[in-house]
Design a protein around this ligand. Structure first.
Ligand SMILES: [Zn+2]
Length: 310
């Protein structure tokens, strides 16, 4: 913020070719990280809140009769009530200027917004369009990891309910070489990069004919097809529409297979599944997923860590 405002106003710079001073301006237009970090920057209540989505006004539900304080998303693909910049900031100001702490907390709970984000003072930032769901963390660190946990029967203590998607702990054939690591037993060694490679190129081969019903495999392959489109270097307006339609369909099938319309299984619907419904919106607002994903910064942090000395 300390840099953003002066750069937006403009700083004097010298053009060597023209031998003249000019006003150099730079505008921050995009913020990107995992969901908790983005919630912090956007001053949102976050993924466990009553209104947990940074992109829309959907309201979460809790597990009936349970003590788990987390909120989960009913997977409603109908027109999502998307947040609008002016409305979000007016709600943020309302929370911040509440007459007392109690009413501030009530408003924060209602809107999912805790206060006015610092970055909102930069006119180049749009809420929430400048903060897309970041593809690397969303897909490779959440959706795929959770799918494998479901197939292993290790997802939050749930059995398969009315379905039969479980593969058993030792039947995902993944130990066939030194690299990449085994996605079922060596989760600590699995980076987003290895999850990406496994999902796109290995999973479709090794999972074939492994499920008791072909529909689970087909559902996984549908996701892989969508991810391949998302990963294109350039996407047309038609591609974005395709991603939108296919992900809506995929989330609805996920709901049938894993949630099974059973409120006791609502924790199969974390905000990361709901967030898939915003991937197309995010691409439309900020460009292909590679423009905002965390691979470069994570790579930089990986290089930085070994050279930090006391
Ligand atoms: Zn949403």
């Amino acid at each position: 913020m300390g840099m953003g405002m002066p750069l937006a106003v403009g700083v004097w710079a010298f053009d060597v070719l023209e031998s003249a001073l000019f006003t150099l301006r730079a505008y921050l237009i995009l913020g990107s990280s995992d969901i908790p970090a983005m919630s912090l920057v956007m001053q949102m209540k976050g993924h466990n809140g009553h209104a947990p989505c940074c992109m829309c006004e959907i309201v979460g539900v809790r597990i009936p009769g349970g003590h788990n304080p987390c909120h989960y998303m009913p997977l409603d693909c109908n027109k999502l009530p998307l947040h609008q910049h002016d409305q979000m900031l007016s709600q943020a100001h309302e929370v911040q200027s509440a007459p007392n702490q109690t009413s501030a907390e009530q408003l924060a709970l209602k809107y999912g917004i805790k206060g006015v984000p610092l970055l909102s003072y930069l006119p180049s930032m749009q809420f929430p369009a400048s903060f897309p769901y970041e593809f690397m963390h969303l897909i490779w660190e959440n959706v795929m990891k959770n799918l494998v946990l479901l197939w292993k029967g290790e997802f939050k203590g749930l059995d398969t309910g009315q379905e039969s998607y479980e593969l058993g702990k030792n039947t995902i054939p993944s130990t066939y070489g030194a690299s990449p690591p085994n996605v079922t037993t060596d989760r600590m060694a699995c980076t987003a990069d290895t999850w990406s490679f496994w999902t796109l190129y290995i999973g479709p081969v090794v999972l074939r004919h492994k499920f008791t019903k072909e529909k689970y495999y087909k559902h996984f392959i549908d996701l892989v097809k969508i991810l391949h489109v998302c990963l294109q270097f350039e996407l047309s307006a038609d591609d974005i529409q395709t991603v939108c339609r296919w992900l809506e369909r995929w989330v609805l099938s996920y709901e049938e297979m894993y949630y099974q319309h059973d409120p006791c299984r609502i924790n199969t619907c974390p905000v990361t599944i709901h967030a898939l419904l915003h991937v197309a919106d995010s691409i439309e607002a900020t460009g292909p997923v590679w423009t905002s994903w965390s691979f470069p910064i994570e790579h930089f942090c990986g290089q930085l860590q070994p050279v930090i000395r006391s």
